[in-house]
Ligand binder design. Structure first.
Ligand code: PLP
Length: 403
C-alpha cells in the first residue's frame, strides 16, 4: 500500500530504533550493556498503582471527558499553581496520551504548509519529524557546548521570520541536561515580545529530575507578558516512572487547547481512564519517591561523569537535569580500530562501542549533535560501572594510525 507524503518525510524515532536493536541483540543471546534507556529504571510508586486498581474496581473504566477527568485537571492546575504560581482554568488544560501526543497535537492544530518551527540543537529526536509530519519546516539552530547547549537571544533573533509559528524550548533538555535560568528565559522572552506572531512550546518533562539549587523555572512564570503565547507541556512519565501509563498534559491558550481537544475527540476520544486516576494520584500524593529517585540519579550522574572522563579523552558537561549525558567523542574521530577501520563519525564510534565492547549508546547526530554520543544513566550503578570500564577499553583500543 502506498503511504502518504507526510509519512515518507519522517523516520522512526532513533531512540526507539536503538532500543529495538538492543532487544534484537539480546534476543540472539548477546549480553548488551545498554545505555540507550529513555525511561526510569524504577517501578511506579505503590500508591499510584493502588489508585489505578481502585479506579478499576470502582468502575472508572469508561470514556472520560476529552480533556481528562475533573480530578486529573484539578491535580494539574494545583501543581502548576504550587510550583510556578501559574493559574489556569480548565479550558486551558489539555490532557493526552503522553507529553509526546500533546506536543504532536499542538503542532497538528497550528501548522500550515511551510510554517516554521525553531528548534535549538541538540534537540529531542522527535521534534523535527513531528514538525515535518505536520507539513511544517523545522528551523534548526545550533547551540554549541560553549553556550552550554543553550539558545542565545542573538541566535533566536536571527532564526525568526514572518513564517515562524513556534519556538520549541526543552528545559531541562534531552539529550543535554542543560536548563535555562530565569534570567536566560527573560532574555529570550525579550526577543519574543518583539515578535507577537511566535508561540513558545515549552517541554518541561524533566523538570523534577533536577540537580541544581531552587526549583527549575518555567518561561510562562518568568515572563508573565508571554504567558498567553506559551504552551507548557509536561507529564508523569519521567518524574513518577510512569512511561507505560501514557499521560501527559499541556497548559496554554484556550483556543489552542480547544483545537487540541477537537483533534483528540476524533483521534482517541480521551486518554485511558485508569491511567488518568493513576496520574492524579501521582501529582497529588506523597512526593518522597521523586526526592529519593533524584538523589539516586544524582549519585549515578556523578559516578558516570567521573568514570567516563577519568581514563579517556571523552569530555562532558555535567547535566543540570534529566538522566542523560551528552558526551563529546571528537577526540577519537579519525582514529583506527584494531581491525584497521577508520572511525570518522559519532555513528561509527557508537558502532565501535557496540561491536567491540557490547555497549549500546545513541549517536549524537540523531539529536543534531554530531561528534557526541548520548549516554543514559537511568540504570544501576553496577551496570554503569561495568559499561564505563568497557567504554574506556573501547577508547583505548583506537589508535592514531592503522596497525
Ligand atoms: N519530551 C522529551 C524531551 C522526552 O525526552 C520525552 C521522552 O523521551 C517526551 C517528551 C515524551 O514523554 P511522554 O512519555 O510523556 O510522551
Amino acid at each position: 500500500m502506498d503511504t502518504a507524503a507526510r509519512v515518507r518525510r519522517i523516520k522512526p524515532s532513533p531512540s526507539t530504533a536503538a532500543a529495538g536493536r538492543v532487544r534484537e541483540l539480546k534476543g540472539r543471546g548477546l549480553e548488551i550493556h545498554d545505555l540507550t534507556i529513555g525511561e526510569p529504571d524504577f517501578d511506579t510508586p505503590a500508591h499510584v498503582k493502588a489508585a489505578a486498581i481502585r479506579a478499576i474496581e470502582a468502575g472508572d473504566t469508561k470514556y472520560t471527558p476529552v480533556n481528562g477527568t475533573a480530578a486529573l485537571r484539578a491535580a494539574i492546575r494545583d501543581r502548576l499553581r504550587r510550583r510556578h504560581g501559574l493559574e489556569y482554568t480548565d479550558d486551558r488544560i489539555a490532557v493526552g496520551g503522553g507529553a509526546k501526543q500533546v506536543i504532536y497535537l499542538a503542532l497538528t492544530a497550528t501548522l500550515d504548509e511551510g510554517d516554521e518551527v525553531v528548534i535549538p540543537a541538540p534537540y529531542w529526536v522527535s521534534y523535527p519529524d513531528m514538525v515535518r509530519a505536520n507539513d511544517g519546516t523545522p528551523v534548526i539552530v545550533d547551540c554549541p557546548e560553549r553556550d552550554a547547549f543553550k539558545l542565545t537571544p542573538a541566535r533566536l533573533r536571527a532564526a525568526l521570520t514572518a513564517r515562524t509559528r513556534w519556538l520549541i524550548l526543552n528545559t531541562p533538555g534531552n539529550p543535554t541536561g542543560s536548563a535555562y535560568t530565569p534570567d536566560e528565559l527573560r532574555a529570550l522572552a525579550a526577543v519574543l515580545l518583539d515578535h507577537p506572531h511566535v508561540g513558545v512550546l515549552t517541554d518541561e518533562i524533566y523538570d523534577e529530575i533536577w540537580y541544581d539549587a531552587g526549583a527549575h523555572p518555567s518561561l510562562a512564570a518568568a515572563e508573565p507578558r508571554l504567558a498567553d503565547r506559551v504552551f507548557l507541556t509536561n507529564g508523569v512519565s519521567k518524574t513518577y516512572a510512569m512511561t507505560g501509563w501514557r499521560i501527559g498534559y499541556g497548559a496554554g491558550p484556550a483556543d489552542l487547547v480547544a483545537a487540541i481537544n477537537t483533534l483528540q475527540s476524533q483521534i482517541s476520544s480521551c486518554p485511558s481512564s485508569v491511567s488518568q486516576a493513576a496520574a492524579a494520584a501521582a501529582l497529588t500524593g506523597p512526593q518522597e519517591f521523586v526526592r529519593e529517585t533524584v538523589e539516586v540519579y544524582r549519585a549515578r550522574r556523578d559516578t558516570t561523569v567521573e568514570l567516563l572522563t577519568r581514563s579517556t579523552e571523552l569530555t562532558c558537561t555535567p547535566p543540570s537535569g534529566g538522566f542523560y549525558l551528552l558526551v563529546d567523542c571528537r577526540a577519537y574521530l579519525g582514529r583506527y580500530t584494531p581491525s584497521g577501520e577508520r572511525v570518522d563519525t559519532d555513528e561509527e564510534f557508537t558502532r565501535h562501542l557496540l561491536d567491540s565492547q557490547q555497549v549500546a549508546v545513541i549517536h549524537g547526530s540523531a539529536y543534531g549533535a554530531p561528534g557526541y554520543v548520548r549516554i543514559s544513566f537511568a540504570t544501576s550503578t553496577e551496570a554503569l560501572t561495568e559499561a564505563c570500564a568497557r567504554i574506556a577499553k573501547a577508547c583505548a583500543a583506537l589508535s592514531e594510525r592503522p596497525s
